[in-house]
Design a protein around this ligand. Structure first.
Ligand code: BTN
Length: 244
């Protein structure tokens, strides 16, 4: 496994973006003990506790579709976390967060980057592992909070890298039923109320499905429509449900 370990960096995703010569190494992973400017989707910060949590990025340069890469990566991480946490409360939230109940356990940020030989996707993964969040009202939770046991970060990192390799071996787009069904069986998005912004118009609806083009279907007063991209949907109520 090709892993670069850094003591500290601003963001493992940004490190890879700067080190463009590394981007032809498929599945190369950069892991940092400390991120000083960890990023989430929609310009949010990603805060992790040095030495206790896992923050790393992975290069994926075979299929260039960051939204599909997100869907696959979410499923790959969920497969591993399920080995540690055997509870139906562990769910994946579209497009790629992992939740336990109402609290966030893991965030994934996929970014498409151009390099000398073409394009690749940088998959950035942050998991709250051994940090403690009890009593915090920020909506985060860790593996430790759930299982009351410390988890080996090296092992978890390697297991996720193997899971990513395995799932991406069969990468295809549109996303095939095998992956979609994993999502449908394990998501907490279907049944949620969302605000969907399309052409600057906001509409409120309920998520009814997850589709092979990575969109979700939303039922609003005009009927069912599918979302166009990840960033124009705001979840404002979580209601875990099984897919139909
Ligand atoms: C989100 O919750 O919106 C995504 C969070 C992604 C965090 C990871 S940590 C490793 C990588 N480096 C970053 O700066 N972000 C991702």
């Amino acid at each position: 496994m090709n892993i670069i370990r850094l003591d500290a960096v601003d963001s493992t995703n940004d490190y890879l973006k700067r080190e463009k010569n590394l981007l032809t190494n498929n599945f190369l992973s950069v892991r940092a003990d400390i991120q000083t400017a960890g990023k989430g989707r929609n310009s949010r910060d990603w805060i992790s506790v040095p030495g206790l949590d896992l923050t790393f990025s992975v290069v994926y340069n075979t299929g260039v579709n960051p939204q599909a890469a997100s869907i696959y990566a979410g499923a790959a991480v969920l497969r591993v976390l399920k080995k540690y946490i055997s509870s139906d409360d562990l769910k994946i939230k579209w497009p790629n967060d992992i939740y336990f109940g109402d609290s966030k356990l893991c965030g994934i940020l996929c970014e498409m980057v151009k390099h000398d030989d073409g394009f690749c996707v940088i998959i950035g993964i942050g998991i709250n592992v051994n940090s403690e969040h009890a009593g915090s009202d920020k909506g985060y939770i860790s593996v430790f909070d759930i299982i009351s046991e410390e988890t080996c970060l090296d092992l978890l990192h390697r297991e996720i890298l193997l899971s990513l390799r395995e799932i991406f071996t069969d990468f295809s787009y549109p996303v095939p039923d095998k992956i979609l069904n994993e999502w449908r069986d394990n998501n907490c998005s279907i049944g949620c109320e969302v605000i969907y912004i399309c052409n600057d118009i906001e509409s409120k609806g309920t998520v009814t499905g997850i589709n092979s083009d990575c969109s979700i279907s939303v039922l609003d007063s005009d009927g069912i429509r599918t979302t166009e991209c990840f960033d124009n949907v705001i979840f404002f109520e979580k209601k875990a449900q099984k897919a139909v």
